[in-house]
Design a protein around this ligand. Structure first.
Ligand code: PLP
Length: 454
């Protein structure tokens, strides 16, 4: 309770660091989403469930590096795995094939029902991008379909209709393809179809209309990590894509290892053609992976395509599917990832994490009810979001009906009281969040509600 007295809370050092950063980094941030007003907090330390900022304030961290740190900050098993790997190898990276890549690939094949074979990348973005390329190569088609409100990384092919403004979003059963950024060539706007999430009939109609040109449908099984697809919707999506010969890609960058160790596909018992992974897989280091059906993944094999064996480059029509990356399969990253998965696979670890998350959700809901504020928590497994409405939330448009203003005012206050989640962000929990953290969080929310009402 002592910690909750933040009457002397000042973030002068963060403010100074922000002013300095802005001189050399646009907006002072290395990713646009890291920015918030009046200035982002600059962190200098993390331990367990806590982050510590440049002004020495502690925070219970629910951002957890956008969900990646499922074991919290600096888990000893991950730390040791990284140090051991470097010591044993004498170098951080080989730049050649090595055994840990195969160990991790075998692990993913054993855990994910949709994965027969794997390639590694350095980010989730690269993983979804590679999956789309595999789908295009496999089908010989060039359009892709994504769902409104779904994020797959910030690149030209999929950076559409994530947060379209109400006036430009189009009809609910026929969403417009709205670029989320300046600088996206029109080609991509014309080659990306936007679908309505959790609306099977409208999705089927749009897919049938565009089937001849569509290489893939990419979907977050749980939108933003917190709006679950209906089981019947996912099954219907699987059936229609199979029928139309469209590759179904599960983007499990967020849900992988979070909904269950085997991801959303294990929970829904649905097998996608391709799967993109990231975040938790790297144990706190940059990573991504694409896994999938053997016949699709086989397109990536360079066997028979060696530069010299062909006496020079093959004509482009005979070349295979290109994929590369200096740091792909980085040994330290995969060692950290394997150590993370090993902890998650221990008896009861995921169950406890889900139970802790459920306790926090229930207590928050009870608190807001007590203060007569319409609010619900939505999510699955170890991620949820706080939504200020009692109406049903099934997709991006429903989220617009929630009171973002109240949520923002709460977020600004709980941040000050020591609960870290970027304003309006979801809450991700780790295996090391404990009862004390939950108690502290509830108190911070109560204080924020009272403060806001005054
Ligand atoms: N796909 C999903 C579902 C994500 O949540 C993210 C990141 O938040 C990405 C892809 C992109 O991953 P990365 O940020 O590692 O490039």
């Amino acid at each position: 309770r002592e910690q909750l007295d933040r009457s002397h809370y000042k973030t002068n050092r963060s403010a100074e660091l922000y002013e300095r950063a802005k001189l050399s980094i646009p907006g002072g941030v290395t990713a646009n989403i890291k920015h918030f007003s009046p200035h982002p907090l600059f962190m200098k330390k993390g331990k367990g469930s806590k982050l510590y900022d440049a002004d020495n304030h502690s925070y219970v961290d629910y951002l957890l590096c956008y969900g990646a740190l499922i074991l919290g900050h600096g888990h000893p098993a991950v730390y040791e795995a990284v140090i051991d790997q470097w010591s044993a190898a004498g170098t951080p990276v080989f730049g050649t094939p090595h055994e840990i890549e195969t160990v991790m690939a075998e692990k993913l094949i054993s855990l994910y029902r949709g994965i027969d074979s794997v390639r590694f990348t350095n980010s989730g973005l690269e993983a979804t991008m590679l999956a789309l390329r595999v789908a295009s190569a496999f089908t010989g088609r060039s359009k892709v379909a994504k769902f409104e409100g779904h994020y797959h990384g910030g690149y030209d092919q999929v950076l559409f209709s994530i947060q379209p403004a109400p006036g430009e979003a189009g009809a609910a059963d026929r969403p417009e393809t709205i670029p989320e950024s300046k600088g996206i060539p029109d080609y991509y706007t014309n080659h990306t179809l936007v679908l309505p999430f959790n609306d099977l009939e409208a999705t089927k109609n749009l897919l049938r209309e565009n089937a001849e040109e569509l290489a893939a449908v990419i979907v977050e099984p749980v939108q933003g990590g917190f709006i679950p697809a209906h089981q019947a919707f996912m099954q219907g999506l699987r059936d229609i894509t199979k029928e139309l010969g469209i590759v179904l890609i599960f983007d499990e960058v967020k849900t992988g290892f979070r909904l269950s160790v085997g991801g959303a596909q294990e929970l829904y018992k649905i097998t996608p053609d391709l799967t993109a992974l990231g975040k938790v897989l790297g144990g706190g280091f940059p990573v991504g992976a694409v896994g999938g059906r053997k016949d699709m993944m086989a397109l990536l094999s360079p066997e028979g395509q060696d530069l010299l064996s062909a006496g020079g480059r093959q004509p482009s029509s005979e070349r295979g599917l290109f994929h590369s990356g200096t740091y792909n399969g980085h040994p330290l990253v995969l060692a950290a990832g394997l150590a993370t998965i090993e902890v998650l696979e221990k008896e009861g670890v995921m169950r406890n994490l889900f139970d802790t998350t459920d306790i926090l959700r229930n207590e928050l809901e009870a608190l807001y009810l007590h203060y007569d504020l319409p609010m619900q928590t939505i999510g699955l497994g170890s991620i949820f979001n706080i939504v200020m409405t009692d109406r049903d939330i099934e997709n991006y448009r429903d989220m617009k009906k929630a009171d973002l203003n109240v949520r923002k005012r709460i977020d600004e206050r709980v941040l000050k009281f020591g609960v870290y989640s970027k304003p309006l962000n979801r809450y991700s929990l780790s295996t090391v969040h404990d009862e004390q953290d939950l108690d502290f969080t509830i108190q911070a929310h109560e204080k924020a509600i009272i403060d806001m009402k005054d």
